[in-house]
Ligand binder design. Structure first.
Ligand SMILES: Cc1cc2nc3c(=O)[nH]c(=O)nc-3n(C[C@H](O)[C@H](O)[C@H](O)COP(=O)(O)OP(=O)(O)OC[C@H]3O[C@@H](n4cnc5c(N)ncnc54)[C@H](O)[C@@H]3O)c2cc1C
Length: 389
């Protein structure tokens, strides 16, 4: 049997590895439009490789029912699998899984070298622009014939604009496959307030997302201020929820920041009343970076009573700019519609022997290893389905 993967991202690499480890008599080809194998693996987790999360569960994704069968390959399965292959992992307090050596390259290099050793044929710098049903399989670029084809084209997130191409979208159009609009996610959230004086400042906060007056999500973590946006891991998490709800059309949303989540209201009130006596108008200087303290006291704290100040520091509301287009997104929500795919096999319902997984499918998860875990686990399910043909 001849199998072609379109795209050399984590989904395709792990799927091909899993397939060949269990069934060596299959001939695998991987087409990749760039010259790099597994590019995004290397940039994950800022180069440390946040490869999974121990808290993976269907509810952490936009389509919980659809992902549940693929998620049978759990983070523990993945950790054990890596260990059997000589790679040790470590887990941080948020459940994020990293290679013990804290280098994403450990995973990328392992998969690349393993597939080369297994005699996989890589067609690098080769964009696939057509997939045509032919006999019981498919012809790629009107050239080579394959019994099985796997769509593994991911998304353009993290790829410089001048290197983006649209070969896959024209293939989906030609095959008349339904797609869902792509929206950047795991990204900054635009806000209406101007934050120029604190652009680049960071702090740890409790972050709540409120959509149409309903609490939608709460988390704790680093917030990075930008002139017209909020960024950082906690904000990325909120951006997923905002994206998933935005598809249902929302009226308004705000982010509420508790800037001192570990200090109780009563303690903060008495601390501030004492600080006011000692430092006058600079009463926030013992709590925040000077730029942040200055900005808060001039632009955020509008009621000067110390009880109100404590409340305002713990409930700073920033109105979300729903028209803001994030550019630094790690993932796109949307892609090949899940209605087109059998969730038990990841085979396309209308095209036998054609499979799809990873980010090119309309599946995305929260920040913290969930998206790579979807890539690995959907890859395993596809490998198992191909083995059963
Ligand atoms: C900067 C950054 C950091 C990230 N960090 C994390 C993290 O720490 N943890 C986490 O879980 N997730 C992270 N992600 C998300 C994660 O990397 C992706 O969800 C994951 O890589 C998706 O895997 P994939 O194999 O489906 O697609 P991709 O990794 O997008 O790979 C698809 C491949 O297909 C190729 N391709 C596309 N079209 C064609 C075509 N027509 N012909 C031939 N080749 C084609 C592309 O060039 C690409 O190499 C990060 C993403 C970015 C951008």
């Amino acid at each position: 049997m001849k199998v072609a993967y379109i795209g050399a991202g984590p989904m395709a690499l792990f799927s091909a590895h899993y397939l060949l480890s269990n069934k060596a008599d299959i001939q695998v080809h991987i087409y990749e439009k760039t010259s790099k194998i597994g590019r995004k693996i290397y940039s994950s987790g800022n180069g440390r490789g946040n490869i999974s999360n121990i808290n993976v569960a269907p509810q952490k994704y936009n389509h919980p029912d659809f992902v549940s069968s693929a998620l049978r390959f759990t983070p523990i399965d993945f950790i054990n699998y890596l260990q059997q292959n000589g790679i040790l992992t470590t887990i941080d307090e948020e459940g994020r899984v990293y290679p013990y050596g804290e280098a994403a390259a450990i995973i990328g290099d392992w998969l690349r070298d393993d597939l080369l050793a297994k005699k996989v044929v890589f067609h690098l710098d080769t964009e696939v622009i057509s997939v045509t049903p032919y006999k019981s399989g498919y012809q790629i670029n009107n050239d080579e014939y394959f019994d099985v084809v796997v769509f593994a084209t991911g998304s353009r997130a993290g790829i410089p604009q001048n290197q983006v191409s649209y070969g896959m979208s024209s293939i989906l159009k030609t095959l008349k496959l339904k797609t869902v609009e792509l929206i950047p996610t795991l990204a900054s959230i635009g806000v209406k307030q101007k934050l120029n004086p604190i652009d680049g400042r960071r702090l740890k906060a409790k972050v709540s997302l409120v959509i149409d007056q309903e609490p939608a999500y709460t988390t704790k973590g680093e917030v990075l201020f930008r002139a017209d946006a909020l960024s950082g891991i906690a904000i990325f998490e909120c951006s997923s929820i905002l994206t998933w709800k935005r598809i249902e059309k929302i009226g308004n949303a705000y982010i509420e920041l508790d800037l001192l989540p570990d200090v109780k209201d009563s303690e903060l009130t008495s601390f501030i009343s004492q600080a006011k006596k000692q430092a006058g108008t600079e009463y926030l200087r013992g709590l925040f970076h000077p730029d942040v303290a200055h900005f808060l006291s001039r632009h955020v704290i509008l009621k000067p009573d110390s009880k109100d100040i404590a409340y305002q520091l713990k409930h700073w509301r920033l109105l979300v700019d729903l028209g803001y287009v994030a550019e630094n997104n790690q993932v796109f929500s949307g892609g090949l519609a899940i209605e087109e795919i059998d969730s038990h096999t990841l085979q396309l319902k209308r095209f036998p022997h054609l499979f799809a997984g990873g980010e090119m499918v309309d599946v995305d998860g929260l920040c913290g290893g969930y998206n790579l875990h979807w890539a690995w686990s959907s890859g395993v399910l596809i490998a198992k389905s191909i083995s059963n043909i």
